[in-house]
Ligand binder design. Structure first.
Ligand SMILES: NC(=O)c1ccc[n+]([C@@H]2O[C@H](COP(=O)([O-])OP(=O)(O)OC[C@H]3O[C@@H](n4cnc5c(N)ncnc54)[C@H](O)[C@@H]3O)[C@@H](O)[C@H]2O)c1
Length: 680
């Protein structure tokens, strides 16, 4: 994070706004009008940034702050002198610009690697180039500013191979700016160059060239492979990239006065503009439309509390691919303001309905309190919008069944945020159990008590831990992942008996301590113990199979592999105390555990290519059925069968809501970084 701690999107746009106007105020307006978040200052009110004094830099910073625009990099001209010119005065001036960079709050200074005298071989000057670049790079690096080299025709670093030599020689002390147009102007192949330099690129310079006549054209309209390069950056990395637009388009001031059939106008070709604002806009529109092609899926986030914010953070940290967040909705205006601080140009709505009706989104992620998941999803389906809902699917299965039916009728994509299914240990457990290689399940034990929460957590939201607002406690909030994994790996039980202690460890009206006993169709049994009151808690998941025992604890998976089958051995062994031999094996996994961003990326993949989801939305009803059955059993004081009696559950839940006398103390907070709360 380079801009005062603010987050950035995967592609964050910057521009040389001096191409719109020499006046700084007009530059700032041009940026905002074209949805550009950052500036790479070069000429400010007629003065080059490299000549700006420290005092002038302070005045500029005030104007930028007022406009809410941050500096991506200093658009300096350092390194644009001949290699045989005197370096010392150049270096002295550079030192001042390092101070200017610090005042303007940027970590980068753009620079070049010196003009080579005409007709001479650039490689003959390699040592002197390296000496000078090293002097500048080391000086600024020690002061927390990174020199970033831009390729340019006529300088040492004009072709990708020599830029690579510089990058390799200077290592972390030199950044790399990739300018496709300048490579094309040197006859280099931009795609080959990109492959050579991909891992060194600090930020992208957005300029394109039509090689047939050498004209500079808007990004994507030339031969610079801008779209392919951005697509590769989007999908191959989890990093954020600044894209700095340098329009360099042709402006012909009399253009608008020419007749459309005027020969002059036609001869000029289509990329000529009547004034600088128009050419600047054309360059910005072009990069926006390239990004729209590279990241075609438009997402809306509904509910920007803890989890919704966390999804936005993952997006602005570059974790999502082929998608953009175009809109957010929340009933709380403060949350919309917070979202805009992370994504300045996102559209905001006060209700889910308005967002869905806006047409801004192809898909929504629903991250509101659970009761609202089904009605919002159903409305989205009715309007042709795809849905990725947070867990749990809803609060009661009757409501979720209706949502599933609406999803089916719509034919749209429907996913659920069961991010823990991406964890390699759980995927491996499922694979081993479902393969049947080790026989049937005999017993399952999951002690999952490492969901410790304090009273302050429960006080942090009015809806939390109430029958009316949340519809339950640990079973509805923390355990939906575990209940889902339990059924995903072991299948659905047929009968449940449970004791749910309400408000045992906290001042809440819902359950915070639960023991579930489950029976399976094959006679196997299971016990699931959970609580938000234990500290330290335990997360130990054991599955006893006929041919061995799987134990998952502390994110490590072990298997006791038996040399036979217990069912067989028990019947046939001649000694009463004899045991079936076996050995402990550390189970190897693929090590992947990406969580939420993988669920989102797979959902995007489903929309674009029809590939598999992490979890189909319809499957949300399974874990919820176990949860509803556990509540019902505890309320009735007897075992209940699955499928659960939906109407009875609904009636009893309404009774709980009606009879509630609990008064909540609320102290609303939003936790931005949720990673420590996701459980293991
Ligand atoms: N997958 C996970 O790891 C994970 C982790 C935490 C929470 N969650 C789930 O995310 C959901 C939200 O939980 P949270 O902790 O972020 O809650 P929260 O209270 O922090 O946020 C909910 C937000 O939704 C807004 N909201 C409420 N009703 C709304 C409506 N009708 N329309 C639009 N906005 C509305 C609220 O103003 C609030 O900003 C829950 O269902 C929870 O189970 C999932």
């Amino acid at each position: 994070m380079y801009f005062g701690g603010k987050e950035m999107a995967k592609f964050i746009l910057s521009a040389f706004a001096d191409e719109a106007s020499p006046k700084v105020e007009e530059q700032l307006d041009a940026l905002k009008n074209n949805k550009i978040e950052l500036i790479e200052p070069r000429n400010i009110d007629g003065k080059n940034i490299s000549e700006l004094s420290v005092d002038e830099a302070k005045q500029l910073k005030e104007k930028l702050d007022e406009a809410g625009i941050k500096v991506s990099s200093i658009g300096s001209y350092y390194g644009k002198i001949f290699i045989n010119e005197d370096f010392d005065p150049h270096f002295e001036a550079f030192k001042n610009t390092v101070e200017v960079a610090k005042i303007l709050g940027t970590k980068y200074i753009r620079m070049f690697s010196f003009y080579i005298p005409e007709g001479e071989n650039a490689d003959d000057y390699k040592d002197e180039v390296l000496r000078r670049v090293k002097a500048m790079a080391e000086y600024s690096f020690e002061r927390g500013v990174l020199c970033c080299h831009e390729n340019e025709k006529g300088i040492y670093g004009d072709v990708p191979e020599r830029c690579l030599a510089l990058a390799q020689a200077l290592g972390e002390k030199l950044g790399c700016i990739f300018d496709p147009a300048n490579y094309l102007q040197c006859g280099a192949d931009t795609w080959e160059g990109f492959k050579l330099l991909e891992k060194y690129i600090t930020y992208m310079h957005i300029k394109d060239v039509r090689t047939s006549d050498g004209a500079v054209v808007p990004a994507g309209c030339g031969d610079g492979r801008v779209e392919d390069i951005l697509r590769a950056l989007d999908s191959n990395t989890d990093r954020v990239f600044i894209l700095t637009v340098e329009p360099h388009l042709k402006v012909f001031e009399g253009l608008d006065k020419l007749e459309t059939d005027d020969e002059t106008a036609n001869n000029m070709g289509k990329f000529v503009y009547p004034d600088n604002f128009t050419s600047f806009k054309a360059a910005c529109d072009a990069i926006h439309s390239v990004i729209e092609k590279v990241q075609p899926v438009r997402y809306g986030i509904i509910g920007v509390g803890n989890m919704g914010t966390s999804h936005i953070k993952m997006n602005v940290d570059g974790k999502h691919k082929e998608m953009r967040i175009t809109a957010v909705a929340d009933i709380n205006p403060e949350r919309l303001k917070a979202a805009k601080e992370m994504l300045p140009y996102v559209n905001t709505y006060g209700t889910a309905k308005e967002l869905i009706d806006s047409g801004d989104c192809d898909a929504v992620i629903i991250a509101t309190p659970h009761y609202f998941h089904p009605p919002i999803a159903q409305y989205a389906f009715s309007k042709g919008v795809n849905v990725l809902t947070e867990k749990p699917a809803g609060v009661y299965t009757k409501q979720v069944r209706e949502m599933n039916e609406a999803a089916k009728r719509s034919g749209l994509a429907f996913g659920i945020m069961y991010n823990q299914r991406t964890n390699c240990v759980y995927r491996k457990m499922r694979e081993m159990v479902q393969s049947g290689e080790y026989g049937e399940i005999r017993r399952v034990n999951w002690i999952i008590t490492d969901w410790y929460r304090t009273q302050a957590y429960y006080n942090s939201g009015g809806w939390r831990a109430t029958w009316e607002g949340e519809g339950g406690g640990v079973l509805l909030n923390q355990c939906p992942h575990n209940l889902d994994l339990w059924q995903w790996i072991c299948g659905m039980p047929v009968k449940i008996q449970a004791t749910c202690h309400e408000g045992k460890w906290h001042n809440i009206e819902v359950e915070d301590d639960v023991t579930i006993y489950a029976e399976y169709a094959n006679g196997a049994t299971g016990v699931f113990v959970t609580s938000t009151g234990d500290c330290p808690g335990t997360n130990r998941f054991e599955i006893t199979l006929d041919g061995g025992k799987l134990v998952c604890e502390n994110n490590e998976l072990k298997f006791y592999k038996l040399n036979g089958r217990v069912s067989e051995h028990c019947k046939t062994a001649e000694q009463g105390f004899g045991r079936l031999e076996g050995e402990w094996i550390n189970v190897e996994t693929d090590g992947r555990n990406i969580q939420h961003s993988e669920v989102v990326n797979k959902f995007t993949g489903k929309l674009l290519r029809g590939t598999e989801l992490t979890a189909n939305g319809e499957e949300g009803i399974n874990g919820l059925s176990i949860s509803n059955a556990a509540h019902l059993s505890s309320w009735l004081g007897k075992p209940v069968e699955i499928p659960v009696d939906e109407d009875l559950y609904y009636e009893m839940l309404q009774e709980k809501i009606k009879n509630s006398t609990f008064k909540k103390t609320v102290n609303e907070t939003v936790q931005g970084d949720m990673s420590s709360t996701f459980g293991s």
